[in-house]
Design a protein around this ligand. Structure first.
Ligand SMILES: O=C(O)CC1=CCC(=O)O1
Length: 94
């Protein structure tokens, strides 16, 4: 199943810069592994915001939940999830 996920990152100013940098590096490695595996299909920055829109290809709600809970920056994110279905007019199978 495909899911459109919006992640808004809100790192508090009270978090030590070294800790924030470590979490960002871990987040990058985590996301790039999932991208290489074909699970994290798209990763787009929202222009002008510390936020992204992503598309995940997972078996279902439970795998998506575990994947999102595993994000190193998860404690500092506001996440919204939109399940995607095929559009009958789409000429490409996604
Ligand atoms: O910067 C972000 O939007 C959060 C994030 C997701 C994957 C990644 O590497 O950073």
């Amino acid at each position: 199943m495909l899911y459109l996920v919006h992640m808004q990152v809100n790192i508090p100013a009270t978090l030590a810069p070294e800790q924030a940098d470590r979490l960002k590096a871990e987040e990058k490695a985590y996301s790039q592994k999932l991208q290489a595996d074909g699970v994290w299909r798209h990763l787009w920055r929202v222009a002008g915001q510390y936020a992204n829109y992503s598309v995940f290809d997972v078996a279902g709600n439970d795998e998506l939940h575990q994947t999102l809970m595993g994000l190193p920056l998860y404690p500092y994110m506001a996440i919204t999830v939109t399940p995607l279905a095929q559009h009958p007019s789409a000429i490409a199978l996604n």
